[in-house]
Design a protein. Structure first.
Length: 159
């Protein structure tokens, strides 16, 4: 599987069974996009790359994380809804990395650093490497603070 992109979106359309009277209507294919005919596979790192020129709008999709093949969404293509799915998935990654950050925390940090809080910039922060570097820095600062406090305690007692 291609892993140079974060997401893989399989796009389908109705097959020959499409007939609203027999129950194979748009709702059926939105709930079961794997039942339709394959029309495209789109790879992207963000919603804009998945959207492309918009030609798949209104079709049916299954969205997967390219890194591990986990399906994170499916239904009728609505890029606003897919963007929300991606956002939720990325925040779940924060929880999986033992952080308690919320999207608002990340947006506030970006704004404070005069960085535009776009989905692309948010995605750059929500990575295992970023979180690991952050945790390493917190540990380093914590150890320095302990050292300073120990030094202050013994300086005050004259030892």
């Amino acid at each position: 599987m291609r892993t140079d992109k974060k997401y893989m979106m399989i796009v389908t359309e109705e097959d020959d069974r499409y007939d609203a009277e027999d129950g194979y209507d748009c709702d059926f294919y939105a709930d079961h996009p794997w039942e339709g005919n394959l029309i495209d596979i789109v790879y992207g790192n963000n919603i804009d790359e998945l959207r492309g020129n918009g030609e798949n709008e209104g079709m049916f999709y299954m969205l997967y994380l390219a890194e591990n093949g986990e399906r994170i969404g499916y239904g009728c293509i609505d890029f606003d809804a897919i963007e929300e799915t991606i956002s939720i998935s990325e925040l779940e990654k924060c929880k999986d990395m033992n952080t308690t950050w919320t999207k608002d925390d990340i947006i506030n940090a970006l704004v404070e650093g005069d960085i535009e809080p776009t989905n692309v910039n948010i995605a750059k922060v929500i990575t295992a490497d970023f979180v690991q570097n952050f945790n390493d820095r917190v540990i380093e600062l914590g150890n320095e603070m302990i050292s300073w406090q120990v030094s202050d305690v013994f300086k005050k007692k004259g030892e």
